[in-house]
Write a protein that binds this ligand. Structure first.
Ligand code: FAD
Length: 372
């Protein structure tokens, strides 16, 4: 247990060793890992955790997603997710046209070399997986281990584990100021409540740079990009065993969900941090792109939503203490892979926050120091 700084004693203010800002999957999973080892407070500005990006994901565990430098975190998370029943088999099929054959082979080779199970399919192989596939799509890379994640259950698991470890969760607790008083942070919430902590953890998703600014820490240019998903009713009904169909050029993906289809145009529209809402144009683009892949008819758009995926300039996540502020910890920039990497990322970040070492994944590529 980290010692509580003497500066906290003798005040009426609530005092903690570590205050984590943001109770999405990043903050919740980290709180679960450190809740029993320190006095931890998890603060969430909304009235319930998971309202923002965590509650809006496509729920995929997809080994190649995010690229080779993210794959170690995804891979190291897989066994935990599988053993705890958070994954169900889906498979992913990255498809390409003839002129992209060389890139498709390079993509498959790159991930096979990293130990990912991946099999290159020809047109006949694609047709066996995707009924109604239009001409022109001639090659695919099948990742049979890709799975659906039960995101809500995973998030709840972490919140419960954090609570059992002794961490507190305050909702409607929006950090509006953090003042460095030399040996501790004095944090002010927007309703006027104050607290003290030794270490401030920035797990604020799309607001990561905003929280840094609130604390007087230099932002890292973590940019929120809007991503849209539409739940559509196709005719014919999407087969339940359809894999996640993913475009090599990242213009669409779709997968079945209870007889419906979740469809994304893989949009990346820069946005201010906000309660993201879908644009009709993005839904139309998604359907238009689907019409270029299969001969299915979209009967109805049942539901649509959008969320903000936040990226550092090199699109890798950021885990570590700030270079210029040793009591400010970054847990941000999880882009489009923050759920599938959460178990390993939380262990990595927890070790760093507690001054320990977790040897399974090299933290160097994710250090905030790489930007300064
Ligand atoms: C459409 C879409 C599809 C996706 N699909 C996948 C997928 O298939 N697989 C995958 O792994 N990932 C996916 N992602 C990405 C994944 O959802 C994110 O990487 C992950 O949810 C980020 O979690 P987070 O905890 O960092 O952010 P969030 O869930 O946004 O949590 C941050 C929290 O911080 C709070 N906060 C901010 N500022 C303050 C403040 N000042 N005070 C208090 N609280 C504050 C916010 O209210 C928010 O709840 C997808 C994302 C989107 C949008």
């Amino acid at each position: 247990m980290t010692a509580v700084s003497g500066a906290h004693k003798g005040t009426n203010m609530d005092s903690f060793d570590i205050c984590i800002v943001g109770a999405g999957i990043a903050g919740a999973s980290l709180a679960a890992e450190i809740g029993a080892s320190a006095r931890v407070l998890l603060i969430e500005g909304e009235d319930r955790p998971g309202y923002h990006t965590t509650g809006r994901s496509a729920a995929n565990w997809h080994q190649s997603y995010g690229g080779a430098a993210v794959q170690p975190l995804t891979e190291a998370s897989g066994s935990f997710l599988r053993e705890h029943g958070f994954l169900s088999e889906r498979g992913a099929l990255t498809i390409a046209r003839d002129h992209d054959a060389a890139r498709l082979h390079r993509f498959a080779g790159e991930f096979a070399a990293l130990g990912v199970r991946v099999e290159v399919l020809d047109r006949d192989g694609l047709e066996a997986w995707i009924p109604g596939l239009l001409p022109g799509w001639t090659l695919g890379a099948l990742e049979p281990d890709c799975s659906d994640i039960d995101v809500a259950a995973l998030h709840q698991h972490y919140l419960a584990a954090a609570r059992q470890g002794g961490a507190q969760l305050w909702t409607r607790a929006h950090l509006s100021a953090a003042i460095d008083e030399g040996d501790a942070w004095r944090c002010v919430l927007s309703d006027g409540r104050e607290l003290r902590c030794d270490t401030l953890v920035n797990a604020a998703g799309a607001w990561a740079d905003t929280v840094a600014q609130i604390a007087g820490v230099r932002p890292l240019c973590i940019t929120p990009l809007r991503r849209t998903i539409a739940q559509v009713r196709p005719d014919p009904v999407a087969p339940a065993d359809l894999p996640l169909v993913f475009d090599l050029n990242q213009k669409f993906y779709f997968k079945p969900e209870s007889g419906r289809l979740w469809l994304s145009p893989q949009d990346e529209t820069p946005s201010d941090p906000c309660d993201a809402a879908p644009e009709e144009l993005d839904v139309a683009v998604a359907i238009d792109r689907l019409n270029g892949v299969v001969d299915w008819r979209i009967e109805h758009v049942e539901h649509r939503w959008a969320g903000l995926r936040s990226f550092a300039p090199d699109r890798l996540p950021v885990y570590g203490f700030d270079r210029f502020h040793p009591r400010f910890f970054w847990c941000a920039g999880q882009g489009g892979f923050g759920i599938q990497t959460a178990p390993a990322a939380a262990k990595l970040a927890a070790a760093m926050v507690l001054g320990e070492v977790w040897g399974k994944v090299d933290p160097a590529p994710y250090s905030p120091w790489r930007f300064s």
